[in-house]
Design a protein around this ligand. Structure first.
Ligand code: TYF
Ligand code: FE
Length: 398
């Protein structure tokens, strides 16, 4: 099989996303990691094609009318440990058709893999989480998966999944499926195509004005997450762009959820623009971790993915040069590709942001290559927010 996951992939992914030693057994809400991100989209067949061709992902599983599931077609794509599921409504009566009509393409489930669904669910509900799905077993010839789901911001939820007694390609009912892009000729010729990313680093939520602390407290209380140091307060909010941000993470740091809210500033906040067009809170961006951001950006650009622009002045700024010091490539390589760089006491990171990946100015992606830094690119907020505001202006939303 192509690009099959092994222990080395798991170790690589954990290193890339900055996982730390942590005894999950001592946790009130033990989390093994991110299981998958479920997108509800208008056309899952075409989404699966885009993420295969433009994001280099591999389709590994499918479920649809052919398997007796008349409501939806669902495609499971992976890249290293990252797993995205694209679900499109087949039946006009499918509940998810209404979700797409309201929000357009977006993230509905940020699913977590847990060792004990019942214990995690009971803890979350005791701590005030709203129930989406009670714990239940689903079974097919590959074994049993136990899962439950709790509600989070907007129409978003967190499934809690125990797949330790399951050996199928995804979840019961799904069948293995061959990749959409045929890379077999290259593989036969001895060239193993390089993945554009190996793991999901973080998933960011946009919530309403005044609700950021509510959701930070939610993740602390319900999931035992803790605050990470990085946050954007009033100072950055009013100087650069109108948002406030705090980050919560699981004990291992494998699951990291920054939460943004709009702040009142001179201009219309990029978060307000999202909330208006998504018609409520939801997932804003997914950061995907790579060990070669230069190659990934080149490949994705060549396939037609649009990235935010960064002016040359960013790279020519002597203050930035001094702060950044030496990174693994000459700054010119980053400048050529508009890749941003930030450094803190632990190390540095390289990052770049795509433009929104659907018609509405809502969900986008971030490519991130960490070298020690566990941050989120705080030093880049000014340059990044100015780039976002140029796009907002072009859309007539500023
Ligand atoms: O995840 C983060 O916090 C960074 C920075 O609209 C960021 O990627 C924050 C807000 C935003 C885009 C990026
Ligand atoms: Fe980010």
């Amino acid at each position: 099989m192509t690009q099959a996951l092994n222990e080395t992939d798991q170790a690589t992914a954990d290193r890339l996303i900055g996982a730390v030693e942590h005894d999950i057994a001592a946790d009130p809400f033990p989390v093994k990691g991110l299981d998958h991100v479920l997108f509800l989209v208008g056309n899952a067949k075409q989404a699966a094609h885009y993420y295969s061709t433009a994001f280099g992902m591999t389709c590994v599983a499918y479920r649809g009318p052919e398997q007796g599931f008349r409501e939806y077609a669902e495609y499971v794509l992976t890249s290293g440990t990252a797993r995205f599921v694209f679900r499109g409504a087949v039946s006009p009566e499918a509940a998810d058709a209404a979700h797409v009509a309201r929000h357009s393409d977006g993230v509905v489930d940020i699913a977590l893999e847990v060792p004990d669904v019942d214990a995690a669910f009971a803890y979350a509900v005791r701590q005030g989480a709203a129930v989406h799905t009670e714990p239940t077993d689903v079974t097919d010839e590959h074994g049993t998966v136990r899962y439950a789901a709790i509600e989070t911001y907007g129409d978003t939820r967190h499934s809690l999944i125990d797949r330790s007694r399951y050996s199928g390609p995804f979840l019961p009912g799904f069948v293995a499926r061959k990749p959409i892009v045929d890379r077999s000729a290259a593989i036969a010729a001895g060239v193993q195509p390089k993945r554009y990313f190996q793991a999901v680093d973080h998933v960011v939520g946009n919530v309403e004005l005044g609700k950021m602390d509510h959701w930070v407290e939610f993740y602390k209380r319900v999931m035992g997450f803790t605050n990470m140091a990085e946050f954007v307060g009033d100072d950055i909010a009013t100087d650069y762009s109108a948002l406030m941000s705090k980050v919560v993470a699981s004990g291992t740091r494998k699951v990291k959820f920054p939460l943004n809210e709009p702040a009142i500033a001179r201009k219309k906040s990029q978060i307000d623009e999202y909330l208006e067009f998504y018609d409520g809170p939801g997932a804003q961006h997914i950061a995907i971790a790579t060990n070669d951001i230069l190659a990934s950006v080149d490949a994705m650009r060549a396939a037609g993915v649009e990235f935010l622009d960064t002016p040359d002045s960013y790279y020519d700024d002597p203050e930035l040069r001094a702060r950044i010091g030496t990174v693994r490539v000459p700054i010119q390589e980053l400048k050529d590709r508009k890749i941003l760089v930030d450094r803190d006491e632990d190390g540095y990171l390289l990052q770049i942001f795509t433009k929104p990946v659907q018609d509405r100015p809502t969900v986008f992606f971030e490519l991130i290559e960490r070298h020690g830094s566990l941050g989120f690119g705080k030093g880049n907020f000014k340059a990044l927010f100015e780039a976002i505001e140029r796009e907002q202006e072009a859309r007539g939303n500023l």
